[in-house]
Design a protein around this ligand. Structure first.
Ligand SMILES: Cc1ncc(COP(=O)(O)O)c(C=O)c1O
Length: 453
């Protein structure tokens, strides 16, 4: 076995230089994200195992001092010449290749969380004085990052607009100052679907880059294929699928990823949002069955949303024909992955939202009251008092988050009929007079012993 960085390597023509794209997905024809993923390079284990080995080292040796100097000057390519795992690690790099293939981008870098991906990409793309245009309806953490942290700490400001009003988006862009149009492919929690092709054209015409958070719709939508420049993910959600790992990714042009990783200037180097190699290994094992899981999440959400709608409930799900962007989504989506696994039920008041969630968790065992999404069990939360609690009432109203909005991330355990029975039973129980009054049998105590195991 030849030690990497030997003298042979120094003189070899094969040493990729830093200007060469790193982490690139192979040039396979890209018609379906799952097909691209299957064509991505497969790493084998050190002893020929079908799974790759985990490279757990934080630091890497070189055979000659010259090699180290050349890595630090950027002359050698870190995707072969590893030096330190905050910068590059082969196991994390492998997950990066999978993410790049999944999103159809040249490169990808995996981070310790979705927020790490979002904050470091925005800090890289907008230096002090930079400006972002973003939708009024966004994941609460991102909304707070743009509203509070970035302006006060980094002098990066944001104008929030109605993303369906394309003229307003164009007007909000200040040429020369606006660096990023930030979108969510499907907004969390209101399930607004962004017209990525049109919005990208508006931004590009004014020299602005487009960053899309595709956390709610991996495989369902491929924003980079629709015109976006960068796709970010909270891998903690559907891609992980186990509600047991916090992780993120930035998928985009090699030039951007390389500059973020620059040893002397890159935001990833100095903010240090590094993914652990053991985490990257775990996640790499889950990416191949993401397609199967997304199909099932989508099929369940679609069936439940349709039936709830028929019962007369106010349901928001982009797979329903009456959703304002249903046709747009149909025109943009990859076939066979459904309309996504998230739906919202508007119970109008916080009290009714809480009653429904209590019954669904503690009386019928339909799902779990918890934030986050993409788990195999159904997760439910009242958005206004949880993930979006950082927004004031006016911001919530602009974002379309009513006080009774229950976001459901629909799981796929059990059978559809079993889960529908549980949902129906909870809803009819809500109509029983006096259930939540003083003499209610359904007290906090009786509920908590009834938790799903
Ligand atoms: C759409 C979206 N983006 C980003 C994040 C942040 O991801 P993480 O929790 O992995 O930091 C979340 C978390 O809920 C999210 O829903």
């Amino acid at each position: 076995m030849k030690h990497r960085g030997s003298n042979n390597d120094i003189d070899s023509d094969h040493i990729p230089v830093s200007k060469k794209p790193m982490l690139s997905a192979p040039g396979a024809a890209w018609d379906d994200p799952a097909a691209a993923l299957a064509s991505a390079r497969h790493e084998f284990g050190e002893h020929g195992g079908v799974n790759m080995s985990i490279e757990a080292s934080t630091t890497f040796t070189v055979m000659e001092p010259e090699i180290m100097r050349r890595i630090f000057t950027g002359e050698l390519c870190p995707d072969r010449d590893f030096i330190y795992s905050r910068h590059f690690n082969p196991t994390v790099l492998n997950l990066g290749r999978q993410m790049a293939a999944l999103e159809g981008t040249e490169a990808a870098y995996c981070t310790a969380s979705g927020m790490a991906a979002i904050s470091s990409v925005l800090m890289e793309m907008c230096s002090s004085g930079g400006h972002v245009v973003a939708p009024q309806t966004l994941y609460g953490g991102t909304h707070s990052l743009l509203t509070h942290f970035l302006p006060t700490v980094c002098n990066i400001t944001t104008s929030f607009v109605d993303i369906m009003d394309h003229a307003a988006v164009g007007d909000a862009i200040v040429e020369g100052k606006t660096k990023v149009l930030y979108l969510e492919s499907m907004s969390n929690p209101t399930m607004t679907v962004a017209d990525v092709p049109k919005l990208s054209r508006i931004a590009h015409d004014k020299g602005v880059m487009v960053v899309v958070d595709n956390t709610l719709a991996p495989l369902v939508l491929s924003p980079a294929r629709l015109g976006a420049d960068v796709v970010v993910h909270s891998i903690s959600k559907f891609i992980s699928g186990g509600a047991d790992i916090i992780a993120g990714a930035i998928c985009g042009p090699a030039k951007l990823v390389n500059s973020m990783m620059d040893l002397h200037q890159g935001s990833l180097m100095f903010l240090g949002p590094t993914m652990n190699a053991k985490v990257a290994f775990e996640l790499s094992e889950r990416v191949p069955h993401l397609g199967l899981r997304m199909k099932e999440h989508g099929a369940r959400a679609s069936a439940l949303a349709t039936r709830l709608k028929k019962m007369g409930l106010s349901v928001i799900y982009p797979g329903l024909e009456d959703h304002p962007q249903h046709d747009l989504l149909k025109a943009m989506m990859n076939k066979d992955y459904g309309f996504g696994g998230i739906m919202c039920v508007d119970m109008e008041t916080e009290e009714r939202a809480n009653q429904l969630m209590h019954l669904l968790q503690n009386y019928t065992q339909f799902g779990l009251m918890a934030v986050s999404l993409g788990y195999y069990e159904t997760l439910m939360c009242c958005s206004g008092t949880s993930i979006n609690s950082g927004m004031n009432d006016e911001e919530k109203a602009l974002a379309g988050i009513s006080p009774g909005l229950v976001r459901m991330s629909v799981g796929y355990t059990g059978t559809l009929e079993q889960r529908w029975g549980q949902l129906e039973k909870a809803i009819s129980r809500m109509q029983e007079p006096g259930l939540f009054g003083k003499n209610s049998k359904c007290t906090e105590r009786s509920m908590s012993v009834n938790r799903i195991s």
